[in-house]
Ligand binder design. Structure first.
Ligand SMILES: [Mn+2]
Length: 276
C-alpha cells in the first residue's frame, strides 16, 4: 500500500491517468493525495472531478481555481476569459460534482507521517494547531447553506495582507483562504504579496518564500500552486506543481519514499498562460 501526492491537475485528465499508470497505482490499496486546483485552464475539468470523486481512497484539498469554479457556478463571479470549466457548469451531474468540491477541506494533516497538505502554503504567523482551526472555521462557512453564498462573494481580494486577531468574519475568511490557496511570498512581518509568481531569486528583496519564514517544526508541508517553483523537496516542504497545464510536467511523490524523489510525466497540455 503506497500513498502518493500529485500536484495541480487543472483539468489535465489524460495526464493524470498517464501518471497513475506510470506509478502502477492501485485504487483499491493505494491512496491518492491531490494538492488542489483539480480544475480550470486545462481541457477536462469535469472528467477530473468525476474520476477523483469516484476513487475510494483520496485526500484532496481546495485550490484557488476550485473555489473560483464554485463562485462562478453560484453566480457570484463572472466567468473569466481564460476559464475552461464550462464542461462542469454544463454537465448533467453538475450539482454532485460541485457539491463534492464544496466539501473538500483547505488543509489535511497526516499525524502519523507529520505531513500537512495545503494548496499554496502555510502562513508565517501560524502554528500548526491554529492553521488547522482556521481551515476548519472556513470549511464551516463553506459548507453551511446560511453562509455559503456570502463566503463566495466575499473571498476575492488581496487585503488584508496578513491575518490578525480581530477581524470581521468574512474578511478573516478571505485572509485564511488567501494564505492556504494563493500565498507565495511574504515580507518578514507576514504580509502576503500576490504580485510575484516567479521562482525564488526573482522577487523584490523585501519578500521571501513563505516556507523560508513559516514556523514549520516537526512536520512538513506538501503543496502545489507555484508552478514556477516546480517540483522541489526541502526538509520542511515538498512542492508539486510543475506546470502540467502550461506544457510542463505532472509530478507525484511517494510520501513514504520521499528521498527517492519525484515521478513525473511530461504533459501535452497547453502553452503557457498567465495563472491567477
Ligand atoms: Mn492555484
Amino acid at each position: 500500500m503506497a500513498t502518493y501526492a500529485i500536484g495541480d491537475v487543472q483539468g489535465c485528465y489524460d495526464s493524470l491517468r498517464k501518471l497513475l499508470d506510470k506509478l502502477h497505482f492501485d485504487p483499491v490499496s493505494d491512496v491518492l493525495w491531490l494538492t488542489g486546483d483539480l480544475v480550470n485552464r486545462g481541457p477536462a475539468s469535469a472528467e477530473v472531478i468525476r474520476f477523483v470523486k469516484n476513487m475510494p481512497r483520496t485526500q484532496v484539498v481546495l485550490g484557488n481555481h476550485d473555489l473560483h469554479l464554485l463562485a462562478v457556478a453560484q453566480g457570484h463571479r463572472p466567468r473569466k476569459n481564460l476559464d475552461t470549466f464550462d464542461d462542469v457548469l454544463r454537465a448533467d451531474d453538475r450539482e454532485p460534482l460541485l457539491d463534492w468540491l464544496r466539501y473538500r477541506p483547505l488543509a489535511h494533516f497526516d499525524e502519523d507521517r507529520g505531513i500537512l497538505m495545503v494548496h499554496a502554503g502555510f502562513h508565517p504567523r501560524w502554528s500548526l494547531p491554529q492553521a488547522l482551526d482556521y481551515a476548519h472555521d472556513v470549511q464551516i462557512l463553506l459548507q453551511d447553506d446560511r453562509t455559503y453564498a456570502q463566503l463566495l462573494a466575499c473571498m476575492y481580494g488581496d487585503q488584508p495582507a496578513a491575518p490578525s486577531g480581530k477581524m470581521p468574519t468574512f474578511e478573516r475568511a478571505r485572509t485564511i483562504i488567501n494564505a492556504f490557496t494563493r500565498i507565495r511570498y511574504c515580507d518578514d512581518a507576514g504580509n502576503m504579496d500576490f504580485t510575484q509568481v516567479g521562482p525564488p531569486g526573482t522577487q523584490p528583496i523585501e519578500l521571501r518564500p513563505w516556507y523560508e519564514i513559516a514556523h514549520i517544526e516537526h512536520f512538513r508541508v506538501v503543496f502545489g500552486h507555484w508552478s514556477m517553483l516546480g517540483a522541489r523537496a526541502l526538509p520542511n516542504m515538498i512542492s508539486l506543481d510543475s506546470g502540467c497545464v502550461h506544457g510542463g510536467q505532472l509530478s507525484a511523490v511517494d510520501l513514504d519514499q520521499i528521498p527517492h524523489g519525484f515521478v513525473q510525466i511530461r504533459c501535452t497540455g497547453q502553452s503557457w498562460r498567465p495563472s491567477w
